[in-house]
Design a protein around this ligand. Sequence first.
Ligand SMILES: Cc1ncc(COP(=O)(O)O)c(C=O)c1O
Length: 383
Amino acid sequence: MDFSTLCIHGSDKKYDTTGAVSVPIFQSATFAHPGVGLSTGFDYTRSQNPTREYLEQTVAKLEGGFDAIAFSSGMAAVTTLMELFSPGDHIIATDDIYGGSHRLFRHVSGKNGLTFDFVDTSDINNIRERIKPETRAVFIETPTNPMMHVTDISAVAGLCRANNLMLIVDNTFLTPYFQKPLLLGADVVLHSGTKYLGGHNDTLAGFLVVSGEDLSERLRFLSKTTGACLSPFDSWLMIRGIKTLAVRLDRQQQTAFRIAQWLKKQHRIKAVHYPGLPDHPGYEISKKQTSGFGAMLSFETDCSETARRVLENLSVIQYAESLGGVESLITYPMLQTHADIPAVEREARGIGECLLRLSVGLESADDLIDDLDKALNGGNADV
Ligand SMILES: Cc1ncc(COP(=O)(O)O)c(C=O)c1O
């Protein structure tokens, strides 16, 4: 079945006898048992709920996974995932990951006895050099947030296999529509479903998608035990959002490409980071491992005053955290998503006072470019 069809008919299960076309929201915390020792398959919503099960089966199919588990946010998903590890375990992570994951690893997982090395995983040698006897996993994000560095997933999967390490890929930016890490050899895919999967900037959600039964059982045990499950109503909002994933992403990507090309011609813009531009260092790997470049980009202005002027003068594009929704959003990573990363480290990675990150939504490309032009050039673009 084609991806677009799976987005709409992702699970074969029917929980309803009325013919309802939309999956019902089973807003029930608990389920009555038909007899002693018997179950309908559902006992208590923290363990499983029909609406959430339908969503999970859909996401598992989209990623080509064995199973998917839905959480109340992306951070709830990654926090639960960290419970697979024990004190003394070592994890190698991409240095330019989402600031919240970085904060969790440093301040919470670190306190629990896990140790981390943060490296530029776009160069596989940086991973190879850090592997030690205590290393258990490699955690990558590709493209990264916000610098858009690209890591070769199959190459890293090969290295992980050879060293018996779990490969975890945060696939939030590209979604399974453009990139399927499990088919490239990853063991676990992580999503902030809050972003493209939900797609409407209205619901928090997270997912862990796994390649096999063993990981599925261990993570389902952790999910029902720690309890950060997705509610029935939010599961339904996710199901609804996913129905339009493919069409949204096609259009958002087209617009992002136009904006990236336009930004490149502006004299107040010093750099544009978008893997779909042929001069991006990750362009060739992206072409090999993805079917699209996505709709996220970041760019550097000539000075911090320009960056601030852009943020304060946009009117269609909103200055707000998050990404992946129908509304275009712009962020100032230095002050928002990456504020908790020590300044020296952050600046060494290029996340300084001139860097802005843009999540391109579904508004018309002309309106978005016009908005950027007014904020950047006062409407007097020099091209
Ligand atoms: C790449 C990435 N991973 C994980 C997360 C965390 O997800 P959530 O905000 O749904 O907890 C985010 C949030 O911005 C993200 O951008």
